[in-house]
Ligand binder design. Sequence first.
Ligand SMILES: [Zn+2]
Length: 495
Amino acid sequence: MKKSILTAGCFLIGIIALAQSTDIEKVKATVDKQDIKNHIYYLASDELKGRETGTPGIEKAADYIADKFKAYGVQPVKGAEEGYFQHVKLKNVTVPTSIKASIGSTDFAKENLALLKGDNIVTAGQAVFLNYGTAEDFEGKHVEGKVVVTYAGGPDQTDPGSLFKLALQKRGLAQKAGALALLEIHEFNPQYWSSVSGYLNHEKMTIFNGSEEEDGLAHLWVNDTSKMLTTLKVGENLKVKLTVNGIDNKTLTSRNVVGMVEGTDPKLKKEFIIYSAHYDHVGVGAPNAEGDSIFNGARDNAVGTVTVLSAAENIARYPTKRSALFILFTAEEKGLLGSKWYVEHPLIPLEQSVYCFNSDNASYNDTTKATIVGLERTTASQHIKDACAAFGLTAIDDPAPEQNLFDRSDNVHFAAKGIPAPTFSLGFTAFDAEVFKYYHQVTDNPETLDYDYLEKFFRSYVLSCRNIANADATPVWVEGDKYYEAGQKLYGTDR
Ligand SMILES: [Zn+2]
């Protein structure tokens, strides 16, 4: 009796070891150094000019990824366009070349004005003062075709978060009431104002959800340094002159690249593991001393793109129990926009998307490690550690919490929705000079990478994917995590 249990035990251990070694063999069969090199040398080539969103270079990268998906046998996702794409609507917002305003008898100098949102306008007419511009303040007031003037923030809400949040509320109310423009009066100290207006007077890209007309309302922040407007009376009619000129906003469509492989387990295939990375980078900038002006972004994030390509090739050939969803995001460098768009327009219901295994990279300083930002925050940590160990690497958690890296990449939009979402990165033990040497520098080139290390790194990622996607238990947030409750809300409390 004893002996047969022992024999059965040995047999079981043998099976587990065999399953593990088979998965290692499967990973080795598809992830190899030369393929990795080919992908990175193309994605980070000068031909793609740094893959900036809105330029032809990034479109070439998107087509390359889609061609690989097709070659691997990755399936298109229902609702995707032209096979493997999700269109992402963006707007490139420029700054006015001239901006002038006077309220009542007070003229404001250009340096005390900043456009928060909206389009060119030239007007001279009526303004109405609505205190803090709350819903009650708007009630019963006739503001159609007029300029609305309000104080910024709320009576006790002047912290930066509230200022921006309440500004959007006021904007919505002003638009609904048919106002011509909205001016908010601030009393910032000069240093703080210069950082706020510096941020606003800066070309940027945003998600474009609305229509041109809705987006057009000129919305200005006015810094009333000499407190000329502190005695305005609610409902008071004022004369106003307003000129905003030279804005040249353009909408554009960019592309997330998406594909899937259906799982093999009749029950678990309803659950999707997302494998994601951004494939854009920052484009072309000022030349360095050697005359190089192309930010090729080999580490950031051709490497991340290839983690997902490696997983796609492997899982298409050897499907896992859970289904796989591969997403390469556009416009991460413009403010995590492609991933934001995806979670707002998911192609697979978010509650079926049980895990997001993201990859993003600055650089590395330790080729014995893989750094997983958020490693210990989900119950998948052992799967990742085991996979790294199988290829001679040590998995470590975020060594630089002060950089707030977890909330600075695409994974954060998934986390905020409740989806466990760590980020798998090249091994770094500190965000130090060695990392900054390449992080967002023209030196981030393919020939500066250690491909022996990369082979271990990509194999570790793909084996982690297999371990997570084949495990009996669905990975969840560790109890008490910042996003634990969001997870309970998304999936229900019985998980
Ligand atoms: Zn970056």
